[in-house]
Design a protein around this ligand. Structure first.
Ligand code: G6P
Length: 459
């Protein structure tokens, strides 16, 4: 088997893994030889050209330090204040400073230089996420002829949103330097094709469109998943049970409604709290009979828009509490901090309703983990946004439009009232889907498509 080189902004075991990416790739890499490469999490006075290698948790990890100002332009700037909001269709939240693009490219060049020295002829290179779109271009410039694949963990934007990104033509050309571009969902492949159709329309109208040369690049959807068996085991483990019992006691027979999200404006958190407020407003019988827990660890908090969403959520929770709390009952517990996977698995298992209601999301692995953690004899109900990639596969969730807080409130009510038989039927179907689209199948299918070895494709 060829060696595999995984490249992503974050590496496992160093900077805290807030998202699903680090967790997702660890398993695949440990089954193969090769290494994982990324930013060390540290800053240097001058950009480092040579990777440091170390073994972390049984994995070979290569990393480089970045200068503070390059990191600012590349990570907080171009990646998270331009690409992230635009790809999530929040053009109102983009913050465009033209010099950030230079920093973004500089870091991609730095990555390419540091990695190129360690690549052997048969290695397969798998690059992850929007921070590193130009990496294949930069590796090709350094005579790397290996198979290079890219996987986008976030949604692909609509033509107008893409057009609003400075240098988007170059970024599209960069994508086409890969052999395979993988997306989370069919909707993302469709969005890419829509951009091509949009440019064609422009050409026919007499404009000068951006000419896209597809060359040998293949595009396809590879929905990411979790490790449902491991999560099911974890949810029943003593560590998870500790959290389960503790919170069960405090619920005192009330139905628990749970949300677990990075504190990000794409997650629709104020809308979710508003929907819960409507649930309590319209159903007086549910007051005192339910309790919502929202766990939202802070994320990217040097960026202004993240401070704004944090303040917005503080006030939404404050308003709700002031309106409905009683001296001996609180409608919501809002916890702004991260928990271990075991504690989360315990909470997922206890939750009668799992709320995964982002305004737009690549996949959303919380949906997968919530399903995997349920007790088969008494499962909870997944309320899922139609704008999460997960909605393309989890048809037996209660699918909602997160912008419609009446609809979300009604789905919460249905979930709480749902008879055991229906909960079981829905859950069994969802669990099958989680097992079909598990993390091993995802990696195997992607790598089979990248290497052309479709014999070993699973789904
Ligand atoms: C999303 C992105 C990942 C990222 C994660 C956490 O899931 O797709 O690439 O690692 O969020 O965000 P952060 O900025 O803390 O790495």
């Amino acid at each position: 088997m060829s060696r595999l080189i995984v490249v992503s902004n974050r590496i496992p075991g160093k900077a805290p893994a807030a998202g699903g990416l680090a967790v997702a790739l660890k398993k695949t890499l440990s089954a193969r030889d090769g290494f994982w490469f990324g930013w060390s999490g540290a800053f240097a006075e001058t950009p480092s050209r040579d990777a440091k290698f170390e073994t972390i948790d049984g994995l070979q990890i290569g990393s480089i330090d970045l200068t503070k100002s390059d990191h600012q332009s590349y990570y907080a700037g171009f990646s998270n204040s331009i690409l992230w909001p635009a790809f999530h269709l929040r053009l109102d939240l983009t913050d465009i400073h033209s010099h950030w693009y230079e920093g973004y490219r500089r870091v991609n060049v730095q990555f390419a230089e540091a990695i190129a020295k360690h690549i052997q002829p048969d290695d397969i290179i798998w690059v992850h996420d929007y921070h590193l779109i130009p990496l294949a271009t930069e590796l090709r410039r350094r005579n790397i002829r290996n198979k290079i694949g890219f996987y986008l963990h976030i949604p692909f934007p609509t033509p107008d949103a893409l057009n609003a990104i400075p240098h988007h033509e170059e970024l599209l050309t960069d994508l086409l330097a890969y052999d395979l571009v993988g997306f989370q969902a069919q909707r993302d492949v469709a969005a890419f094709n829509e951009f091509i159709a949009h440019e064609e329309m422009y050409r026919q109208a007499g404009g000068t469109p951006f000419e896209i040369e597809m060359g040998n690049t293949t595009l396809d959807a590879f929905p990411i998943g979790s490790d449902p068996e491991a999560f099911a085991k974890l949810a029943a483990s003593p560590n998870a049970q500790k959290m389960y019992k503790r919170v069960e006691r405090s619920m005192n027979g009330r139905a628990m409604i749970l949300g677990v999200d990075r504190l990000d404006y794409s997650k629709g958190l104020p809308q979710r709290v508003q929907a819960y407020e409507k649930l309590l407003e319209n159903n007086a019988n549910l007051r005192r009979a339910v309790h919502m827990i929202q766990i939202a660890p802070p994320s990217r908090d040097t960026i202004k828009e993240y401070q704004v969403i944090s303040d917005e959520l503080d006030s939404a929770v404050g308003r709700l509490t002031g309106r409905f709390a009683e001296p001996d009952w609180l409608p919501i517990t809002y916890v702004k901090r991260a928990y271990s996977q075991a504690s989360l698995a315990g909470l997922y298992r206890l939750a009668r309703v799992g709320l995964v209601t982002p305004l737009r999301d690549g996949m959303n692995l919380v949906a997968h983990e919530y399903v995997a953690s349920q007790n088969p004899e008494n499962p909870g109900v997944l309320v899922l946004s139609r704008f999460a990639g997960a909605a393309e596969i989890f048809h037996d969730a209660l699918i909602i439009n997160p912008f419609d807080t009446d609809e979300t409130a009604e789905a919460m009510r249905l979930a709480i009232a749902m008879p055991l038989e229906e909960r079981k039927e829905r859950w069994e179907s969802l669990m099958k889907v989680a097992q079909t689209y598990d993390i091993d199948n995802w990696a195997n299918n992607y790598l089979a498509a990248l290497t052309g070895d479709t014999q070993s494709a699973v789904v």
